[in-house]
Design a protein around this ligand. Structure first.
Ligand code: GLN
Length: 272
């Protein structure tokens, strides 16, 4: 029970989460920035603020991801709005953005398949205003979040409601990127931590974990220019299988890259 009248500075130390999460929720409940929390440390909290903070802490103690509670997460140096209609952007996915930026030629066309919050597409478009960035998702609710993120960052992204390549028939791109659902049906991780609260359609293919990756790889040659790149994020144990699928489709320069934890996390290849 958080009491009204407690000073902001004294309150912070007494909250039950880890220090970073305590601070994030305190800032959110009081509408303060990190600096505001320090400059207003002598302020006493009101009854309304106490109950608002208590409600946020209860949600976190119930396991809800902090990004959903505060409605945002930083990715590639940009704040992204997130709701439970979209996967929470992960730092590992910044690797995919960096690899894409290195390979997108000036004025190039990029396609992000299964954009979710729009994190990948918006990060690319924000960094490279010269590029034509398109992004698709099968979820209208996700597209609404993605559109608001593009607008917030002034990123020109063309969004499409599409079941994989459905909406881009006849179009070609210099680069295709995707962080598709790649967790196998029934994987233990789906019942742990933040994943319990994220949209299952963004996490799992409800099959062996490779079915979305297979669909993306099979359709890519028809949607890439010559020497175009396909880059995909995948699970910790899927790199060899994804390289094999790319090789079978005739891709060249097939290779995998390591994430921050040293795990093969992104695999890609180039059309001939
Ligand atoms: N990287 C996420 C996780 O394992 C999964 C994201 C995805 O399926 N694309 O937490």
């Amino acid at each position: 029970m958080i009491a009204a009248g407690v000073r902001v500075g004294a309150l912070q130390a007494g909250l039950p989460l880890d220090p970073l999460e305590n601070r994030i929720l305190l800032c959110h409940a009081l509408g303060l920035s990190r600096v505001g929390l320090i400059t207003q440390s002598e302020r006493e909290i009101s009854a309304a603020e106490a109950s608002a903070l208590e409600a946020l802490i209860e949600r976190r103690l119930g396991g809800e991801p902090i990004a959903y509670i505060v409605g945002k997460r930083e990715f590639f140096g940009l704040d992204f709005r997130v709701t439970d209609a979209v996967l929470i952007p992960r730092p590992d996915t910044e690797l995919l953005v960096e690899l894409a930026l290195d390979r997108l030629p000036p004025g190039g066309r990029a396609l992000d398949m299964g954009t979710g919050s729009g994190a990948i597409a918006v990060a690319i478009a924000h960094t490279r205003p010269d590029a034509s960035v398109s992004a698709l998702d099968v979820s209208e609710a996700a597209l609404a979040v993605a559109r608001s993120n593009a607008a917030a960052h002034g990123a020109a992204v063309r969004f499409m409601h599409s079941d994989w390549y459905g909406a881009v028939a006849g179009e070609v791109f210099e680069l295709i990127v995707s962080n598709p659902p790649y967790i196998a049906d029934g994987d233990i991780h789906l019942s742990q931590g933040d994943l319990r609260f994220e949209p299952s359609g963004a996490l799992t293919d409800h099959a062996d974990g490779l079915s979305a990756l297979r669909t993306i790889i099979a359709g890519a040659p028809a949607h890439l220019v010559r020497q175009g790149w396909l880059l995909m994020e995948h699970g910790y144990d899927q790199a060899a299988a994804v390289r094999q699928l790319l090789a079978e489709q005739g891709f060249s320069e097939v290779q995998s890259w390591l994430d921050l934890a040293g795990i093969e996390r992104v695999t890609g290849g180039r059309t001939r």
